[in-house]
Design a protein around this ligand. Sequence first.
Ligand code: NAD
Ligand code: UDP
Length: 312
Amino acid sequence: MKSILVTGGAGFIGSHLCERLLLENNRVICVDNFLTGKKENIIGFLNNPNFKLIEKDIVEPISVEEKIDEIYNLACPASPIHYQKDPVQTMKINTIGMINVLNLAKEKGAKILQASTSEVYGDPEVHPQTEEYRGNVNPDGPRACYDEGKRCAETLCFDYLRTYNLKIKIVRIFNTYGPNMAVDDGRVVSNFILQALENEDITVYGDGLQTRSFCYVGELVDGLMKMMNTEDSVTGPINLGNPVEFTVLELAEKVIQLTGAESKIIHQVLPVDDPRQRKPDITKAKNILNWDPKINLEEGLLKTIEYFKAKV
Ligand code: NAD
Ligand code: UDP
């Protein structure tokens, strides 16, 4: 039985990952301080003898008695409204927190997978984004605490590889959605579904012609686990995301159609530095991981709508 530590395990993606790892008969240690994660996401695992919750901020040094074979580092607020609420803390999570998790991996001789992000490409001038593209990030803007923080976290992983020969894996996750997103998450898919279910106005920021590519969470988790199971020479970074691109307006229309809502689309101010376009090139994930997401937006949205219907 492998012993696997998941930081951010009570969050949206982390809770799905913990579930899958438990189903595959692993011991799972979840480290979370519930900054944006929810107890209800992991409540079903608390009685499982193979599951352990450590309520802790990764910005403080982490010590764990038992052996650890693998670490997935997901701890970090991911929604723009949450990571911008306390930008200095977001930077600390991605620097001091990253160092603490890397030190734990070093001490335990564990492999570590870092959940990086498409935000490292900033407002990209290369489309679709390949891993070779070095990005267009504004270091002084309100998103920088997250974008530059995650870029720094990648650097730290490679520094630990070069200095201590640590086994590292970096994935750059593109917009992912599905059940277990928090009602107050603030990202586009959960906002639109919740607004539609209440027949409220759908808030499209800017003209809505900016694009995103949406991946269903179950498939993203497959990609994370496939990456962890590659041989040590595979470090990434590797993009993980569904490469089918939509405008935000198209997403709004689809949500209205699938919920049968009577909501109107209204336009609100576009946040500063909001990327105009985003779509992953997943050639590497296909070739190296044999990973190719198949769940289309409509299918994934229907599952997510069912989840939120039960919430509201
Ligand atoms: P989320 O906010 O739902 O989950 C983050 C989890 O980390 C929460 O449970 C939160 O309480 C925990 N956390 C935050 N700071 C912590 C700290 N200092 N110590 C301990 N725990 C802490 O977000 P998510 O969408 O599940 O994202 C998970 C990871 O994937 C994040 O690192 C995020 O940057 C990355 N990612 C997500 C997406 C996406 O579309 N969902 C895209 C790119 C990258
Ligand atoms: N967005 C929107 N309305 C909302 C929330 C978000 O139009 O209620 C837009 C946002 O401006 C961005 C896209 O949807 O262009 C995706 O935003 P999200 O916060 O989900 O993630 P991002 O990709 O920006 O990190």
